[in-house]
Write a protein that binds this ligand. Structure first.
Ligand SMILES: Nc1ncnc2c1ncn2[C@@H]1O[C@H](COP(=O)(O)OP(=O)(O)O)[C@@H](O)[C@H]1O
Ligand SMILES: [Mg+2]
Length: 265
């Protein structure tokens, strides 16, 4: 549903992306990883049509992001959770924000209420509903922004560093929600510099030096990165490989493999 073809983008300060080819299919979970400054946020903004490519094209459900008359269709099918939690809020309270989006979809009031309650419960943030957004912590704002996109039930959600400001417990919950949304059919583009967030994605893409340097399943890409000594990989993966155990992506899986190998000895 998303297609980038030979996309180039530069800021006045210099080139950021060069010759990017990328497709995201319906229902796919794509992770995009790269160091700070590698162009991840720029890529997300190109997908949603907030930035336009200098060369090449970006299409969402076959609509070119340069087609300004149909930008609204693109915004309806793709929701973006911004890296900067302050960049997104429109209203004073979360309730205002959520209602605003849903009214724009033309939903009747009872449906609006049902949806808001569903997602606030799901994310465990019912108590934030009427709080002034400016008084919330960075992590709470990230949760509110996530809720604002989830209630719209778009076909694809683009998440730019979605858990950078939340604590460990909340982080786990959000990552589970992302995986669950994907399981229920929403395509996900999950952008982060942290490889541990991306162990559940179907396809992992590494951005570096203006282009895509690696792509494959998380296991394949982490293996390549270790071989190339280029970037962090999840610790359980590196440890299991070093010990010659079956490759583990989570601490739980690593512990299981360790127990199994010890009981086998
Ligand atoms: N609005 C902007 N104007 C000029 N340069 C920018 C702007 N936004 C980002 N950049 C530069 O583009 C490069 C990529 O930035 P960005 O896409 O934010 O990377 P990432 O999200 O991977 O950290 C960086 O060198 C950054 O300084
Ligand atoms: Mg960024």
């Amino acid at each position: 549903m998303i297609e980038l073809k030979d996309v180039y983008f530069s800021y006045p300060s210099g080139a950021v992306l060069e010759g990017i080819d990328l497709t995201v299919k319906k229902g796919e979970y794509v992770g995009i990883m790269g160091h700070n400054g590698s162009g991840k946020t720029t890529l997300a903004r190109l997908i949603t049509g907030l930035l336009l490519p200098g060369k090449g094209h970006v299409r969402v459900n076959k609509i070119f992001t340069t087609d300004s008359e149909r930008l609204l269709d693109i915004r309806r099918s793709t929701g973006m959770v911004f890296q900067d939690p302050d960049a997104q809020a429109i209203g004073e309270t979360m309730e205002e924000d959520l209602v605003f989006g849903l009214e724009n979809l033309g939903l009747p009031v009872p449906e609006i209420n049902t949806r808001i309650e569903k997602y606030l419960d799901l994310l465990g943030i019912r108590e934030l509903r009427h709080r002034n957004i400016r008084t919330l912590s960075g992590g709470q704002k990230q949760l509110v922004n996530l809720a604002a996109v989830m209630v719209m039930e778009p076909e694809c959600i683009i998440l730019d560093e979605p858990v950078s400001m939340v604590d460990a417990r909340c982080r786990k919950i959000i990552l589970q929600h992302i995986a669950r949304l994907n399981h229920e059919g929403t395509a996900i583009v999950h952008i982060t510099h942290d490889p541990e967030e991306l162990i559940r994605c179907h396809r992992l893409i590494v951005l570096s030096l203006c282009g895509i340097t690696n792509q494959g399943t998380p296991r394949e890409v982490f293996g390549q990165l270790l071989d190339e000594k280029k970037m962090d990989v999840p610790a359980p993966y590196a440890i299991s490989r070093k010990l010659g155990l079956p490759l583990a992506l989570t601490t739980e899986a690593l512990l299981e493999e360790l127990c199994r190998s010890r009981s086998g000895n």
